[in-house]
Design a protein around this ligand. Structure first.
Ligand code: ADE
Length: 249
């Protein structure tokens, strides 16, 4: 997967060099490029924002640098790749390109979920556009929509200072679902949200720690009883903490 990020704070994304995603980049599973929006300005002050038409508090990000940044990224993506060796059979033909998806993190967007992360983990190319201030000139979304499929995505019902932290969270949630990024893919199956419920509690040795005991059902080797207990724990926890996740009774 290729990921392009447009931001006025490229340094935010230094952490993508470390941990699982850093390794995925080294292994060539994930390719990430970070672009400074100010590199697409042409004035001495590298201006990216201006006062809102119609008045109001705060500043709005100007459309021109965004247009140039998106053009540079999407034109490069559309350019013919250097000659790949010809495939001889259907089986080794390259997978169909799904085309770029442009995501603007925004508290006004659809809410990011595990299902969305899984869907996006199949994309070939995602472009993240990080807004700051009071937002981005609306025409940028319309222009981006004329060139790619565009989504406004919110991390949740609260307001961040800009899209950078939201993009980090989305990249981590999407990236770990790309085949090869996590060593043991089975560990992805039993996590919170994968089956619509919160995950069950986990324990490891010692069986007794500071007067706290591991539930005996987990130590007696009865796999049917363990599965039943874990399912009941998932349901109880979800009912207590996130009843909104459960279908109406
Ligand atoms: N930018 C500001 N607040 C945000 C949120 N809740 N989700 C995504 N992007 C944001």
């Amino acid at each position: 997967m290729r990921i392009d990020i447009v931001t006025i704070f490229p340094e935010y994304f230094g952490v993508l060099d470390v941990s699982l995603l850093g390794r995925a980049r080294e292994d060539g599973i994930l390719e990430v490029a970070v672009h400074d929006l100010r590199d697409f300005t042409h004035d001495r002050h590298r201006t990216v924002d201006d006062k809102p038409y119609g008045g109001g508090a705060g500043m709005v990000m100007k459309p021109e640098p965004w247009g140039e940044a998106l053009d540079a990224i999407l034109d490069a993506a559309a350019a013919p790749k250097s000659a790949a060796p010809e495939s001889t059979t259907e089986a080794d033909a390259p997978a169909a390109d799904t085309g770029p998806i442009v995501i603007f993190p925004s508290p006004a967007g659809e809410v990011f979920t595990q299902a969305m992360a899984r869907e996006l983990s199949h994309a070939d190319h995602i472009v993240f556009g990080c807004g700051r201030y009071e937002g981005i000139d609306q025409r940028v979304f319309e222009y981006a929509g004329s060139r790619a499929s565009v989504r406004l995505v919110s991390l949740g019902d609260y307001v961040l200072n800009g899209g950078e932290v939201a993009v980090m969270a989305m990249i981590e949630a999407i990236g770990r679902l790309i085949p090869g990024v996590i060593g043991n893919p089975e560990s992805l199956v039993e996590e919170s949200h994968e089956d619509g419920l919160l995950e069950y509690p986990s324990y490891t040795k010692p069986a007794l720690w500071r007067d706290y005991e591991v539930p005996p059902v987990l130590t007696n080797g009865n796999h049917g009883a363990i599965a039943t207990w874990r399912r009941a724990q998932q349901l109880e926890r979800t009912r207590r903490v996130r009843p909104d996740l459960l279908p109406p009774a």
